[in-house]
Design a protein around this ligand. Structure first.
Ligand code: CDP
Ligand code: MG
Length: 835
């Protein structure tokens, strides 16, 4: 009864707030009238792009006048001295020669596929050609061109570049829009946005009213969003005969896309790059005199990740294949050419570890021995880039520190940092850019002469059988390796250092597997439903390459269990809200519950922490100290998530006293990660504000933030069905999940250090299969919390819920208690699902 009262109070509180907000809370699906609708505010940018109907004569006149104004503006700029200089540069790009052919094809065909070497001018020029030709034809004010980019940073940097080429500021005729950010004005006719933003626009505007051209860039990357968008656009084309679709790709696999669109014409822009010399590992060892670390010794880069890589059976197979290829090739190779030290070195080459030291040797070689020119280093991720940057900054062998400009380039960097990457450094200064594979095709750094390619990229993969997602560094494809190499030949002949033997390159796959086939599909399925695109599996069967049946079924099942889809595979209200939050469904659900149950602050930290990465560092040599530091945040509450909340709060307090770094140092925390968490927390808060679930003035959303049991319950609501039972044995703790049986805790979990866990259940964020299944980030929860917050009892879902929990039915041995809980649970779910 006490519990029920509490729940009633919480929900009553929530409902009364909601009633007060009724106007602003979108109750019906896609109700566009509400003022706080996320699309209206967040993407308010789009209203102005809406149809400029020329139905009335007055409107027609206005449009004509505006078009003429645009034409005059364009002419004035092109005739000015700077404008002419810019025009000269633009005319020198390979795309310029094809300008007329491209425009003709676009006007004659609804779909056109364009390919061309990176840097030939697809992204910056083609959308401009279209815009200019519309303006010249006095249709400037009525055209609306959208060009999608797979990444935020490219949408932002490209739009800035294009505006500069047009002699304008961003927000005049050119704008951009990425999640939570954008610049666009009344007269913006060319908008660069992320693919996700266009998909979200389709949610509210299925026909893309008023849009005249859609350009989907970088389709060769085969990102999930792009593949998804293509299915939607393919369906849309017959309803919008006037809409033009242009697909752009950096590689020559255009046939695939052309045939998908019924044999759309393909145009190729012949490019020009200077020749680039390839050095594979065997030559590099000779040039630099570097010795590789023997296979089984700890190396600073790869070993830490070794266990992560091993969890992937497919990868293991690939690895042994590669290792044996290396050995065979080395056996056969004639080593007189290289000398025996290289041979020895290569035999102990560990494909899992591309030593920082090796990269460092190559960079030292370039800085000391090679001609001038910028260096671009391809690495796998943000954290490695930062560590290598620190290591390099301390290295005297790179020469005079004032002569070396070290820069990082990855998706989450600040825009001010971005600009430095493109700028030419002062004479005599060597620019070294450490980048993720983002620099492969989407951005072009002009002055690069040397490329260092580690051969890997972080790739998401998904093991449908174990229902386990992973994000791991994996070998790149031949196409990627070629792209990376090509980056060195933009301004003069270049050099590319591949940090793997030639024989390994020979076994790379030709192209990377499309993302749709290697990621969990839950978020995508939600989007399919919210766009009302019909049955999930039917829709996905129409993709360029459709995903496995099992992956689709797993995703649907999961969405039903968390209450986002009902029995008929239709979106529930919760599901609709989840589809509007651009985070994984489990994190979205946690946010929504956190807001409803007024304990948002700690939940924001947990969700941001889970979407960035663990801020607790794991140095090899001080593992015990680091583990001890982490468990001191646990305060006997058996939760990694609550430990994270405490660590974050402690850091915030320390920051206020200007001792943030000291605090991080003492507690083995990464300040950089904490900062990333901090900024994501803010973004999530604004998202929730947009949906009307919280309002800033009223601090109700944190009324219960100090109630750790409630926070635990909300964590459970999000992470369910990631749950294992706990049985405390005399000397150990036995953990079991329904699918895997016996499981273990990952060694740095605070729960891993406990002798007993006084909770019957652990909810966990992620399980990873190595030899046994390991759980990461867990929180202890009680029976009542699991019953009330785990899963959902929607219509007809009660049986399912019982079955889910029924594996460990002990609790239901007390029938009246069970039925009380179940009716409470039903009420709770109905309340959450209602309105
Ligand atoms: O899309 P694609 O790879 O074909 O080339 P692009 O991004 O349109 O770039 C064309 C040219 O514009 C590049 O070769 C660079 O010289 C220049 N550019 C630039 O100077 N600054 C930028 N932010 C982007 C491009
Ligand atoms: Mg491009």
């Amino acid at each position: 009864i006490g519990l029920q009262r509490e729940v009633d109070a919480l929900l009553g509180d929530y409902l009364s707030r909601k009633r007060a907000n009724r106007e602003s809370f979108p109750t019906a699906p896609f109700s566009r009238s509400s003022s706080t609708d996320s699309f209206a505010t967040d993407e308010g940018l789009f209203e102005q792009q809406e149809p400029q109907s020329s139905a009335s004569p007055v409107m027609e006149k206005i449009l004509r006048r505006r078009s003429l104004h645009l034409r005059n503006q364009q002419q004035n700029w092109q005739e000015s001295p700077e404008g002419q200089k810019m025009q000269q540069f633009r005319r020198s790009l390979p795309a310029n020669k094809e300008r007329e052919a491209l425009l003709a094809a676009i006007s004659q065909h609804q779909v056109v596929v364009i390919s061309g070497e990176t840097g030939c001018g697809k992204t910056t020029q083609l959308p401009q050609y279209i815009l200019e030709s519309e303006i010249d034809a006095a249709r400037g004010a009525s055209c609306s061109i959208i060009c999608t980019q797979p990444r935020r940073i490219s949408a932002m940097s490209v739009s800035e570049r294009v505006a500069a080429e047009r002699g304008e500021k961003l927000g005049e005729s050119v704008g951009y829009k990425v999640r939570l950010e954008g610049i666009k004005g009344r007269d913006t006719r060319l908008l660069f946005c992320t693919t996700g933003v266009l998909l979200r626009r389709l949610l509210v505007d299925r026909n893309l009213k008023g849009v005249s051209h859609v350009i989907v860039d970088e389709i060769h990357e085969r990102g999930m969003n792009e593949d998804f968008l293509l299915i939607v656009l393919k369906d849309l084309l017959p309803h919008r005969p006037d809409l033009r679709l242009i697909l752009m790709s950096a590689t020559l696999n255009a046939e695939l896309f052309s045939s998908y669109f019924g044999g759309a014409p393909m145009l190729h822009i012949p490019g020009f790059t200077y020749p680039v010399r390839s050095h594979f590992l065997e030559n590099i060892l000779e040039i630099t005199g570097h010795r590789l670390t023997p296979y089984n010794q700890i190396d600073d880069y790869g070993q830490e990740k070794m266990w992560k890589m091993q969890k992937q059976a497919a990868f293991r197979k690939r690895k042994s294949q590669i290792a044996s290829v290396v050995e065979d090739a080395l056996e056969a190779a004639d080593f007189r050419e290289y000398g025996s030290r290289t041979r020895e070195s290569l035999l102990c080459w560990n494909p899992d570890s591309i030593g920082f030291n090796l990269i460092e040797s190559v960079l030292c070689h370039i800085c000391r021995k090679e001609r001038s020119g910028a260096v671009l280093v391809f690495m796998t991720g943000w954290d490695d880039i930062n560590s290598l940057k620190d290591q390099l900054q301390a290295n005297p062998l790179l020469g005079d520190p004032s002569k070396v400009l070290l820069l990082a380039c990855h998706g989450s960097m600040a825009s001010s940092e971005q600009r430095l990457i493109f700028d030419k450094p002062p004479d005599g200064v060597r620019k070294i850019v450490l980048a993720t594979n983002m620099a492969e095709t989407s951005i072009t750094i002009n002055d690069v002469v040397f490329v260092v390619d580690c051969g890997k990229a972080k790739e998401t993969s998904y093991d449908a059988l174990n229902n386990t997602p992973c994000l791991l560094p994996t070998w790149i494809s031949k196409a990627s390796a070629r792209q990376r190499r090509g980056r060195a030949g933009r301004v003069q002949p270049g050099e590319c250092y591949h940090l793997y033997p030639r024989c390994v390159y020979d076994v790379f796959a030709d192209y990377q597997l499309p993302e749709l086939l290697r990621t969990p599909l839950q978020s995508l399925c939600l989007q399919i439903k919210s766009l009302r695109l019909g049955t999930i599996s039917e829709f996905l069967s129409r993709a360029l390459q459709s995903p496995e049946h099992l992956s689709v079924q797993n995703a649907i099942e999961y969405l039903k269990v968390i209450g986002a889809l009902d029995e008929r595979e239709e979106l529930t209200i919760l599901g609709r809200h989840l589809s509007m939050l651009p985070v994984e469904p489990k994190l979205g659900k946690m946010l929504i519950y956190g807001a409803i149950f007024s304990c948002l602050d700690p939940i924001l930290t947990v969700v941001a922490g889970l979407s960035v990465r663990d801020p607790f560092l794991m140095p090899f040599d001080k593992k015990d100290l680091a583990d001890a530091a982490r468990s001191q945040f646990s305060c006997q509450d058996y939760s990694d998530h609550l430990a994270l909340v405490r660590a974050y709060n402690g850091w915030k307090d320390a920051e206020r006293d200007y001792s943030g770094y000291e605090y991080c140092w003492k507690n083995f925390l990464s300040a950089q990660t904490l900062k990333a968490i901090d900024s994501l927390r803010k973004q999530f808060f604004f998202l929730l504000k947009d949906t009307g679930l919280v309002d800033e003035e009223n601090h109700m959303c944190n009324k219960w933030s100090r109630d750790e049991n409630l926070v635990r319950a909300v964590i459970c609501a999000g992470l369910y069905p990631g749950i294992s039972s706990v049985v405390n044995k005399e000397k150990s703790i036995a953990l079991k999940t329904m699918e895997d049986g016996q499981v273990m805790l990952y060694s740095n979990s605070v729960n891993g250090r406990e002798a007993k866990i006084p909770y019957p259940w652990l909810v966990f964020n992620e399980k990873v299969k190595v030899n046994s299944v390991f759980l990461r980030d867990s929180t202890g929860v009680s029976d009542s919390v699991l019953l009330l917050f785990g899963g959902n009892i929607s219509q007809g879902g009660l049986d399912g819920h019982l079955k889910m929990l029924g594996g460990y039915l002990e609790f239901f041995m007390k029938p009246d208690l069970a039925s009380t809980y179940l009716s409470l649970k039903r009420e709770l779910d109905e309340l959450i699902q209602s309105k």
